[in-house]
Design a protein around this ligand. Structure first.
Ligand code: NAD
Ligand code: DAU
Length: 345
């Protein structure tokens, strides 16, 4: 198996990208990762602070939608592969600011594809999502050939990006692969998403806002298992293919919230049913047979154990949660990297 030596990881200061950077540094001792991230509200270099003196991790501040910045980073580093995580990721935010999602997720993907092609990148992996398939009824699972039927602006911006990635392969022969994963959880997730938000609110005895009747179903996967799946697709996935990734852990939201309250030893009276999210997909479930049989991937973490570990991580990192929620990452970043040259500041 060919191991890529010089990989551009976009969005590596975010939740999954940051976990992926760590995963890859451990799994591939000869690989260098250039972490290219705009440091939006969701970008957090604090999660990578202990990698400051790691020579195989290079941080570059940059926007995936900015052609000039992309040209600079591709010219300076001869990448053999690109793994594209950077995105606006929160569905609720996309309901009020769809344009930013299209600019970053859709236009940003096209500009990155253009740069990757112009600079002879051998492998491009697009980190997509199960949301592009839309919503399921009470039965069935999404397969890779299920119709693409996004129901919210975030999902639509990601679906459009998937089509552009496919087109870059069909038209220009770029060696792409697309991963579509279900809901992730684990350390360093921005506390606007369901699990970290509920943990944060419960700690402060604040209401836990559950949308609608709470019976919307998501398939949960521990972030480390998503990272190992991406590694498998990067190194072994067939060009032009889509790979679904899922944990087969389909749980209604209310049940996730009850589990969290039980772990935290907090009362269910904190649960507050609130107005539903417009366009809220009722159920996701993933058929991930293809990646399991073709690439030999399988999740290594159980939902219950990882959920407990995740809760403990948030309890141990309360200050991080508070800094994240108060938008203090940028200050932290300046403290950490303030003396670096302008290109990485
Ligand atoms: P996140 O919001 O935690 O992090 C996103 C990162 O992208 C941040 O560091 C942010 O600074 C950066 N970013 C945003 N706009 C940028 C831009 N214009 N240029 C450069 N960097 C930019 O996101 P996440 O949850 O880690 O998701 C990562 C990827 O995985 C996304 O593409 C998302 O669609 C996909 N995904 C997420 C999940 C999930 O459950 N979180 C599941 C499936 C797929
Ligand atoms: O399915 C993969 C997707 O998972 C990723 O593509 C997205 O980037 C990621 O944000 C996530 O999207 P969701 O909308 O599923 O995640 P969120 O954590 O916002 O919500 C999970 C479920 O919980 C969803 O059904 C909405 C519900 N919810 C969420 C919040 C924030 C609540 O009931 N209350 C809440 O306060």
């Amino acid at each position: 198996m060919n191991t890529y030596k010089n990989i551009l990881v976009t969005g590596g200061a975010g939740f999954i990208g940051g976990n992926f950077v760590r995963y890859m540094l451990d799994a591939h001792p000869e690989t260098t990762l250039v972490n290219y991230d705009a440091l939006t509200y969701a970008g957090n270099l604090e999660s990578l602070a202990d990698l400051e003196s790691e020579p195989r991790h290079v941080f570059v501040k940059g926007n995936v939608a900015d052609k000039r910045q992309l040209e600079d980073v591709f010219t300076e580093h001869a990448f053999d592969a690109v793994v594209h995580f950077a995105a606006e990721t929160h569905v609720d935010r996309s309901l009020t600011d769809a344009e930013l999602f299209i600019e970053t997720n859709t236009c940003g993907t096209q500009r990155l594809l253009d740069a990757a092609r112009a600079h002879g990148v051998k492998r491009y992996v697009q980190i997509s999502t199960d949301e592009v398939y839309g919503s399921l009824g009470p039965e069935g699972e999404f397969a890779e050939n299920s119709p693409i039927q996004p129901n919210n602006p975030y999902a639509a911006s990601k679906a459009a990006a998937d089509f552009l990635v496919r087109a870059a392969h069909k038209t220009h022969g770029l060696e792409v692969a697309i991963t579509r994963c279900s809901n992730n959880f684990g350390p360093w997730q921005f506390p606007e998403k369901l699990i970290p938000l509920m943990i944060a609110n419960a700690q402060e005895n604040k209401p836990l806002p559950v949308y609608g009747d709470g019976l919307h179903v998501r398939d949960w996967l521990y972030v480390q298992d998503h990272c190992s799946a991406i590694d498998a697709v990067l190194h072994k996935g067939r060009p032009g293919e889509v790979y679904n990734i899922g944990g087969h852990k389909d749980v209604p939201n209310i049940e996730v919230v009850r589990k969290l309250l039980a772990i935290l030893n907090k009362p269910e009276s904190l649960i507050a049913f609130v107005k539903d999210r417009p366009g809220h997909d009722r159920r996701y479930a993933m058929d991930s047979t293809k990646i399991r049989t073709e690439l030999g991937w399988t999740p290594a973490h159980s939902f219950e154990d990882s959920l407990r570990q995740t809760v403990q991580w948030y309890l141990d990192n309360r200050e991080w949660q508070e800094r994240a929620r108060s938008g203090a990452y940028q200050d932290y970043y300046r403290t950490l990297y303030g003396n670096r040259p302008a290109a990485s500041a």
